[in-house]
Design a binder for this molecule. Structure first.
Ligand code: UTP
Length: 226
C-alpha cells in the first residue's frame, strides 16, 4: 500500500484563528485520501509545548527533560486528532517502529525521543515506508528566504534542494521548543533518503488538498537535484 506522511505543527491544530469547522474539514479530507493511501500523521506540540519548555528552562531543567515535556504535549495533540478522524488508532505509538506495526489505515502519533522535532519523526516514517509524499504542514505558506513573521519582504521559495537548506540551517538539533520551519535532523533525512517533501500552510485545508491530489499548490517543494 502506498503511503503519505503528514507532519502537522501543533501551532496549526491549536491555532486561535481556526474554528471548529477546520477539524471537520481536515478529518473529511484525510478520510477521503485514506481510501487510496495509508496515512501517517505526526502532530507537533505548538505553544503549549513551548510554554512548558519555557517554564522548565527557567527552573533549570536539562534539555532532555525539556524535550520530554514537548514530546508529552505532542502526544496529547495526537490524541485530539485520533478522536476526530475515523479509522485511526486510539493508542498513540511512542516509536516509529510501533507506528509501522499498527493496522489502522490512518496512524496518528506525536514525538518519540529527545533531540529532534516531530518533522524528524515524520521524515523517519516517510523513509521507512518509502512514502510517496512527505508533507510538512506548518503555520506559514512554505519556506521563505527569511522569517516571514519578522520580515515583510521575505520571499517565498517555490522549490529548493535540501542541501541549500542544510547550508543555511545545518543538521543539528538546536534546543527544546526551537521554532524553525524544518529542523536540521529532518533536513538530513530528506537529503539522504531522497524524500520528496512539500511544505505548506496547514491552516489552509485547500492547499493540503491540492498537494494530496497532485494539483498546483501554494508552498515549497524540497527535493534533491537529479
Ligand atoms: P515540535 O517542535 O515538533 O512541535 O515538538 P511544534 O512546535 O508544534 O512544531 P511547529 O514548529 O509548530 O511545526 C515540540 C517539542 O517537543 C520536543 C522538542 O523539544 C520539540 O521542540 N520533541 C518533539 C522531541 O524532543 N522529540 C520528538 O520526537 C518530538
Amino acid at each position: 500500500m502506498k503511503t503519505i506522511v503528514i507532519s502537522i505543527g501543533g501551532s496549526v491544530i491549536l491555532s486561535k484563528d481556526i474554528d471548529f469547522q477546520y477539524y471537520k474539514k481536515l478529518a473529511d479530507l484525510i478520510m477521503r485520501i485514506a481510501k487510496d493511501y495509508k496515512i501517517y500523521i505526526v502532530v507537533g506540540g505548538g505553544k503549549i509545548a513551548r510554554d512548558y519548555i519555557k517554564i522548565g528552562r527557567k527552573l533549570n531543567f536539562d534539555e532532555k527533560t525539556l524535550d520530554i515535556f514537548g514530546i508529552l504535549v505532542t502526544r496529547i495533540n495526537a490524541k485530539l486528532l485520533t478522536n476526530i478522524i475515523n479509522n485511526s488508532n486510539s493508542k498513540i505509538p511512542e516509536t516509529t517502529d510501533n507506528a509501522l506495526k499498527m493496522k489502522n489505515r490512518i496512524i496518528i502519533m506525536g514525538g518519540t525521543i529527545p533531540g529532534h522535532s516531530t518533522d524528524y519523526v515524520g521524515s523517519e516514517i516517510a523513509s521507512k515506508t518509502k512514502a510517496e509524499k512527505f508533507i510538512i504542514a506548518t503555520n506559514v505558506d512554505g519556506v521563505y528566504d527569511k522569517d516571514p513573521k519578522e520580515y515583510n519582504d521575505a520571499k517565498q521559495i517555490i522549490e529548493i534542494t535540501p542541501d541549500k537548506l542544510i547550508n543555511k540551517y545545518g543538521i543539528s538539533w538546536k534546543s527544546a521548543g526551537c521554532n524553525v520551519v524544518i529542523d536540521g535532523p529532518a533536513l538530513n533525512v530528506i537529503k539522504n533518503k531522497d524524500l520528496l517533501t512539500y511544505v505548506l500552510n496547514g491552516k489552509k485545508i485547500e492547499e493540503l488538498e491540492k498537494v494530496l491530489l497532485d494539483k498546483k499548490f501554494n508552498g515549497t517543494v524540497i527535493k534533491n537535484k537529479k
